[in-house]
Design a binder for this molecule. Sequence first.
Ligand SMILES: Nc1ncnc2c1ncn2[C@@H]1O[C@H](COP(=O)(O)OP(=O)(O)OP(=O)(O)O)[C@@H](O)[C@H]1O
Ligand SMILES: [Mg+2]
Length: 275
Amino acid sequence: MNKVVKKMAAKIYTITSGKGGTGKSIFAVNLAVALAGLAKKTLLIDADLGMANIGLMLGLENKKITLHEALADEANVSDTLCDGPNGLKILPCGISLQGFKKADPSKLKDVIAELAPNFEFIIIDTPTGMNHITATAIELCNEVLLVLTPEITSIADGSKMKTVAALLGKEVTGMVLNRTMPVHDEPYREKLAKSLDLKILEVLPDDVSVHNSIVGKSPVVTKYPYSEISIAVNRFAALICGIKMPDEEMKGQKKQKTEKSRLAGAKLPFSPSKK
Ligand SMILES: Nc1ncnc2c1ncn2[C@@H]1O[C@H](COP(=O)(O)OP(=O)(O)OP(=O)(O)O)[C@@H](O)[C@H]1O
Ligand SMILES: [Mg+2]
């Protein structure tokens, strides 16, 4: 396996979490579109073999030749790719149970080995929990990112995934803290980072534009480019490309404030440190 990985040109990011519904797919889609928007040759792979969502999020659900077929040796890998926004290439996954049954997760390495030389970045969205395909995606990637929400359940499962990654020989690069509210301030985040012994690489607010973008079957970063979440995702994409964000966009981010009223009743899983 190591031989195969060494030949790969693309930098491969595996997006995982442990707990379900933390925003892995939303983040994977928008990060990939943002990277493509920076003129990086980017491939987004939906590796959630049982509960694939990216096709549904981007209106690709009718594609017949998908990752399922590639993992079942029923299709050429090149025939599975679709076009996405900003020149992004997408390898969607089918949504049928028959497709899930026939797909061999261990073949993901071969699929990626074939595609990697053509891309600068590959973003892999994984299923919830511990499973064969997530383990494969962790093993073959360069960077493991945890997308966690501030809930104690997500944090506990994220901690477990960090251990799983370590058992697979990978150190998690850091976490993206999603669905935050203003109560999740710096002291809170510092304490969280310390408790998980993991860097918080980006903070994404709870934002209604995410829901609206799913309804509209288009990514937030293209549909609502000036939303706070889009600016955060673009900033992260720029960071991993080594590009400094222009000042205007940073100013734009300050202008976008989430509704403080939504904070009412929000509770932290632990007490924030006193200033
Ligand atoms: N920052 C956000 N603001 C508001 N809603 C969000 C945000 N991030 C995710 N969501 C919502 O949370 C839900 C789960 O998101 P998503 O499908 O990306 O999670 P997931 O981790 O991929 O889930 P699964 O484990 O089922 O694959 C979706 O309904 C999405 O709209
Ligand atoms: Mg998902």
